[in-house]
Design a protein around this ligand. Structure first.
Ligand code: 5AD
Ligand code: SF4
Length: 457
């Protein structure tokens, strides 16, 4: 009988990638994916620890899962419950203590051992398995080669971990030291994804532009290393791959090779998520970001000279310990000056074990007021960026059905969601779309078939 696995994913795209790999790892054990934990034989929560209350969300979700597990046991059946990801890495012991019915607890670096952990948990009813080690052997060497076909836009993790130790961030502790996958391994995975129908790849890494993987042994750089720019050029040559993106980047690691790739590689989309966090040099120094606001301006300048239509996205933290009103104004000034197509902004949230958590914290209402002010400005910029698209024709890669019958949703080169009437057969096609309106943060349009403009709804 087929068993069923339910995975709930929290947090970043790297977790989305990891969850997909976990589904593939357990498929040979007879687990088919399920979209509900009810009745599932294996439940995995793939967790995020980046900001506040992430751990509490996991504990509250576990409350519900405990009931489902008990109900299944009353029917004489077994449910294996696993907590994976960064909360597991950071608070493994705590999870084992507070939720003793959890069978498996493992971090982002050991999920390739999932089949073995499941076997152990199945044999040793009740004991549980905790694996939050950082194994010496990279997990990528142990993941199955096969990738589920059919994703039009697929994530591909090329780099993991971080050595930068920004004072607010848990990533260096939960994901461990920086590691780049060898270029040949990345290219092979990209080729399989393209054969499976992917037309767009998003290269993932906590510090993706710090990529420095081994160059393919049989190429001219064999024995040396490739930067992200080299890798992008190689991936752009794979037949069928028309669009490349990468995320998340650090301003310090935008080297000349990467800037040149933005100039020379048409497949590299004109959109870049480049977190700056703050516009104040004082705060940036306290955060250990190792760049100033001017460094950021210069970096953006280099990129925009290479690719004049480059749209920018960023992350911001407001209310970092010691942030004065003047510091916050400097952030607003930088936003006005740069112009962002979209951005994420957060109130500083003290993360246990990170240096900034030990500092004196700002009052909550101050953080809330600053966040509201920044978000209003960013929203205004995003609105203006989207409004400027109206009346233009943009190539849209259609990814999936839209909200309404007969509608598809895809992405513009600038990552804007675009809704248009189109047959389902067009999923996976890149078609010119005449943009007619803005709805929320997405665009609506009509496929420009050369015979004039169809009405959009
Ligand atoms: N508090 C608030 N935001 C944070 N981020 C990371 N750590 C924290 C924290 N402790 C934000 C940063 C980062 C994004 C992924 O999450 O802006 O770029
Ligand atoms: Fe965290 Fe990014 Fe800083 Fe690394 S560079 S510590 S992942 S915020």
């Amino acid at each position: 009988m087929t068993k069923r696995v339910f995975i709930k994913t929290y947090g970043c795209q790297m977790n989305v990638y990891d969850s997909a790999r976990m589904v593939e790892l357990v498929a040979p054990l007879g687990y088919a994916p399920s979209d509900s934990p009810r009745g599932a034989d294996l439940v995995i929560l793939n967790t995020c620890h980046i900001r506040e209350k992430a751990a509490e969300k996991v504990f509250s979700e576990l409350g519900g899962i405990r009931h489902l597990k008990r109900a299944k046991e009353r029917r004489g059946e077994r449910m294996i419950v696993a907590v994976a990801g960064c909360v597991a890495q950071a608070e493994g012991e705590e999870i084992r203590r507070r939720a003793s019915f959890v069978d498996l607890v493992f971090g982002p670096q050991t999920y390739h051992r999932l089949p073995e952990m499941i076997a152990r948990a199945t044999r040793a009813a009740g004991d549980g398995v905790l694996d939050t080690s950082f194994p010496a052997e990279p997990k990528f060497d142990h993941l199955p080669a096969a990738r589920a076909a059919g994703e039009v836009s697929a994530p591909l993790t090329i780099q993991e971990g971080c050595d930068k130790f920004c004072t607010f961030c848990v990533v260096p502790y939960t994901r461990g030291a920086e590691f780049s996958r060898p270029a040949a391994q990345v290219i092979a995975e990209a080729e399989r994804l393209a054969e499976g129908g992917a037309r767009e790849l998003t290269l993932l890494g906590q510090n993706v532009n710090a990529y420095h993987g081994a160059a393919p042994a049989n190429g001219p750089d064999g024995g040396g290393e490739w930067g992200l720019g080299d890798l992008l050029r190689a991936l752009a040559r794979i037949p069928g791959l028309d669009r490349l993106r990468y995320t998340t980047s650090h301003p310090r690691d935008v080297d000349d090779g990467l800037v040149a790739a933005h100039r020379d590689v048409p497949e590299l989309m004109p959109f870049l998520h480049l977190p700056v966090q703050s516009g104040s040099d004082r705060v940036l120094a306290a955060m250990n970001r190792r760049h100033t606001a001017d460094d950021y301006r210069r970096t953006v300048g280099r990129l925009r000279r290479a690719r004049p239509d480059l749209a920018l996205s960023s992350d911001f933290i407001v209310g970092y310990p010691g942030e004065s009103d003047l510091d916050f104004r400097a952030t607003l000034d930088l936003v006005v000056e740069m112009g962002f197509a979209q951005a994420y902004s957060f109130k500083y949230s003290p993360r246990p074990g990170t240096p900034a958590a030990a500092e004196k914290q700002l009052a909550e209402p101050v953080k809330a007021a600053r966040l509201a002010e920044l978000q209003a400005l960013l929203q205004q910029q995003q609105g203006a960026f989207n409004a400027a698209a109206v009346g233009t024709v943009m190539p849209v890669l259609f990814e999936k059905p839209g909200r309404h019958e007969g509608q598809l949703v895809g992405r513009s080169p600038y990552l804007q969601p675009v809704h248009a009437d189109a047959a389902a057969a067009h999923i996976g096609d890149i078609l010119p779309v005449h943009i007619v309106g803005v709805r929320g943060n997405s665009l609506t349009g009509a496929i420009d078939d050369g015979r004039g403009r169809e009405a959009a709804r």
